[in-house]
Write a protein that binds this ligand. Sequence first.
Ligand SMILES: Cc1cc2nc3c(=O)[nH]c(=O)nc-3n(C[C@H](O)[C@H](O)[C@H](O)COP(=O)(O)OP(=O)(O)OC[C@H]3O[C@@H](n4cnc5c(N)ncnc54)[C@H](O)[C@@H]3O)c2cc1C
Length: 426
Amino acid sequence: MTEQANNSLWAKTRHSEIKVNILDHEAVCDMAIIGGGFTGCSAALRLAEDGINVTVLEAEFSGFGGSGRNVGLTNAGLWIGPDDVVKALGSAYGERLNALLSEAPSLVHKIIEDNDIQCEALRNGTLHFAHSEKGMDDLKKKIEQNARRGIDLELLDREQTFELSAAENYLGAILDKRAGTIQPLEYCHGLMKAAEKAGATIYTGTPALDIFKVGDLWYIKTEKGLLKAKKVLVATNAYLSKICPDLERTFTPMYYAQMATDPLSEEQLENYLPGKNGTWDTRMVMRSYRTDEAGRLIIGTIGNIFMNNAPLFTSWANKMVRDTFPKVGPVEWTYKWAGRIACSKNYVPNFHHLSDNLYSINGFSGRGISPGTAIGREVADFMMEKKTAGELPLPLKSPENVPFNLLRQAFYETGSQLTRIKDHFL
Ligand SMILES: Cc1cc2nc3c(=O)[nH]c(=O)nc-3n(C[C@H](O)[C@H](O)[C@H](O)COP(=O)(O)OP(=O)(O)OC[C@H]3O[C@@H](n4cnc5c(N)ncnc54)[C@H](O)[C@@H]3O)c2cc1C
């Protein structure tokens, strides 16, 4: 049921080289991070910049998990709106998280610039499309909630939306100029390299197999080595494997599938996202469209491309292109991949206290590029004792089960399948 290798467009078109560095001896550090995605690498960069002796253990390579398979929208905020964040966390944590995540795209694009990360970064705003009158109302609520927090988002009408996107069937959109697009796998790899340059030790191809305490130190066993650390952060999100089984119950896996063409012709590109903005829409089973530097058409939606019959996905994607960008004409799908999202109980990331000096961050619920980068740094500050738990944007808590987890997972997958079937007939 799961996908293993990262066979995404991003993995197949990457320019950066992967060098494997397996831990094959006994090593000691002050802080260890398990997981080399955005969250782990961002925390490692922050710690290393402060002169902390930090080591990252990554089971495969930078961006093997969600960080190398996603859509690449450097969006602000979470999937849920700022008022719902406050409902979930209370006003102190909630407003702190809202403020942090509003600024988080700037942080991502600054890290990219400062470290000269070659990841096709474009900060031209993202478009959140309204697919219906109800979708338009949802966008207006989002604008109002942000305006109360001093953030101006631009609402485009149908014509303005068409002008920027050439998308035929949307009623309007929010243009959020805080955000943009990246080649996510290259960004993740660049973050890992930046952490290494700042002094972090990075081991790849090195799954943590067991973790236990001896005296004041955590011992992390790997196939060929042992890492000892005073403090440990587990940053494995939906790709958790082999360790901390308690974390499995704290999120619901949900799949998101994408397909991409070879580069379009210039004429096709005039009729497909001419403004080059990354986009997603207000549907419950949302759709995303974006392009990359080479000019590919990239479409995405909720569901697992590997669990179902890929021909259904292909004909669904063909119909979406015909309906939404009719002037593009027929396309061939060269790349197909899916990635696992970790949905937390309330769609807000979890910050867990697993044991003395053992912490975890997960449950990014499909919004992890800017949040993973920003929250990784906050947790690093906490681990360095620059901030107390009460000063963070998330409450520190014990792992909690997501109620009816298997049922929730089945609901996501079945709902996305039924929507795809319905899309074929409408
Ligand atoms: C298809 C898809 C589309 C998305 N689109 C967007 C988007 O457009 N914008 C956005 O903001 N967010 C998006 N997201 C969400 C975002 O990608 C994730 O929230 C983010 O990548 C999580 O980063 P992370 O570092 O926490 O986890 P990951 O990137 O999943 O990294 C976890 C790492 O832990 C490693 N690991 C696991 N177990 C072990 C172990 N035992 N030992 C050592 N290492 C281990 C894994 O190999 C993996 O590399 C999307 C997600 C998916 C799947």
